[in-house]
Design a protein around this ligand. Structure first.
Ligand code: SF4
Ligand code: SF4
Length: 410
């Protein structure tokens, strides 16, 4: 695609990056068929190619309106289009730049600004969000069913394994996961312990910054990124092998730390190192597959539907790792149609775009339950909570199933 960026943006880092991405697009339209919003709405402007045109027009100096903002807001940032694109268009990076610029040009109504500000204050704060979840659980019986279903039951996480091995990895606790499902990282510590790896948390690390970043407060998000780098760095210097992330949405963000801080002299090198050390839990366990299979309990297993989050399959490009691990342990995986499509969770999308989110959720639950599984397994806390609000069978993180499926510790 030929471009002629306007003077106000051409020489900036965002302009240079956006221009390079735009020039890769050859208008072929292959991405349309795999875009969830185009599939639902059938409007070219709600497709990747349409949004790319809108962003190109803005960057070339055309006026920007609420309409541009609406079509960009409707994008889930699921990045299914990146997986499909034969030209390697990095749509996710382009839409981050595009949304940031649109928000500078088109002020949002006060109510929308307030809603977004509240999400930026509450969601990344473990203490505030934890207090709200605890309150929600206490009054769950009094809430409307639609709201009550969004608050998962508290499950006993079980004990964390003691850090008793010389091999050490760091764990990202994150922001909402410790309140919604503390069992995920506890199970991870136990599985890794069986494989001879100690999992430790850096107490000062917190939210990965993704929620804030995708609400277009990108400078604010960098304060979370730097705080995590500072919290992890001493452990890295002491030889931590990896930063293990059990929420693939957070994993996608941490992989971007190096890129986001590439122009920061104080943090660029450290951020690059942190991104290189970050691993989705499936990568860590996948590398230990032979050892893991020897620990499997000889017991009947449930039929499972695996939901691969967009952040895992399209963001991190990790496909076909979890399923064989579950099969090795004897679980039977049911077929899931349209597995490339988003469930509608997508960070804060389920709050900001409720109608589209609920339509995607209904389609996803139908697809996941079509093979009559006893359980659904997934790899991201957002999808787990969102799908769990509508599914008719329990949903867990797949690492919790692995934890259950191993022989007791000797
Ligand atoms: S990121 Fe997802 S919703 Fe957005 S344009 Fe690409 S495929 Fe469509
Ligand atoms: S598939 Fe890639 S090259 Fe083709 S229109 Fe979509 S983004 Fe552009």
């Amino acid at each position: 695609m030929q471009t002629q960026l306007a003077d106000w943006i051409r020489a900036t880092p965002e302009g240079v990056e956006a221009d390079a991405i735009l020039r890769k697009c050859v208008h072929c339209g292959f991405c349309l068929a795999t875009c969830p919003t185009y599939t639902l709405l059938g409007d070219e402007l709600d497709s990747p190619r349409g949004r790319i045109y809108l962003m190109k027009q803005m960057l070339e100096g055309s006026p920007v309106t609420e309409r541009t903002q609406l079509h960009l807001d409707r994008c889930l940032t699921c990045r299914a289009c990146e997986t499909t694109c034969p030209s390697g268009v990095e749509y996710g990076r382009l839409v981050d730049i595009g949304r940031h610029l649109v928000d500078q040009k088109v002020p949002r109504p006060a109510s929308d600004r307030l809603r977004r500000w509240l999400m930026r204050r509450v969601l990344p704060s473990r203490s505030l969000f934890g207090a709200l979840v605890a309150m929600g659980r206490a009054v769950k019986g009094l809430l409307p069913a639609s709201l009550a279903r969004k608050i998962p039951e508290r499950r006993d996480p079980g004990a964390w394994a003691q850090a008793r091995h010389p091999r050490r990895m760091l764990s990202l606790a994150g922001c909402v996961q410790p309140s919604l499902s503390p069992s995920i990282n506890a199970a991870t510590s136990r599985v890794l312990d069986r494989l001879g790896i100690a999992l430790v948390e850096a107490p000062a690390a917190g939210c990965c910054g993704a929620v804030t970043f995708h609400l277009n407060a990108q400078d604010e998000a960098l304060s979370f990124v730097k705080a995590n780098i500072d919290a992890w760095w001493p452990y890295v210097e002491q030889g931590a092998e990896a930063i293990v992330i059990t929420a693939s949405g957070c994993g996608t963000m941490v992989k971007e730390y190096g890129h986001l801080l590439r122009g920061d002299p104080a943090y660029a090198a450290k951020a690059e190192r942190i991104s290189n050390l970050s691993r989705d839990i499936s990568e860590v366990i996948g590398a230990e597959r032979v050892a893991l299979a020897k620990l499997a309990k000889d017991a009947p297993r449930e039929r499972i539907a695996f939901h691969s989050p967009c952040s895992l399959q399209h963001g991190l490009k990790l496909t076909g790792i979890v399923e064989p691990l579950l099969r090795d342990l004897g679980f039977e995986l049911t077929p899931v149609p349209d597995a490339h499509l988003c469930c509608g969770s997508a960070g804060t999308y389920s709050i900001l775009q409720q109608d589209l989110s609920q339509r995607l959720l209904a389609n996803k639950v139908k697809a996941l339950e079509s093979g009559a599984p006893a359980l659904i397994a997934t790899a991201n806390i957002g999808c787990l909570t969102h799908i769990g609000s509508a599914a008719n069978v329990p949903i867990l993180h797949w690492i919790e199933l692995l934890d259950r499926g191993l022989t007791p510790k000797a």
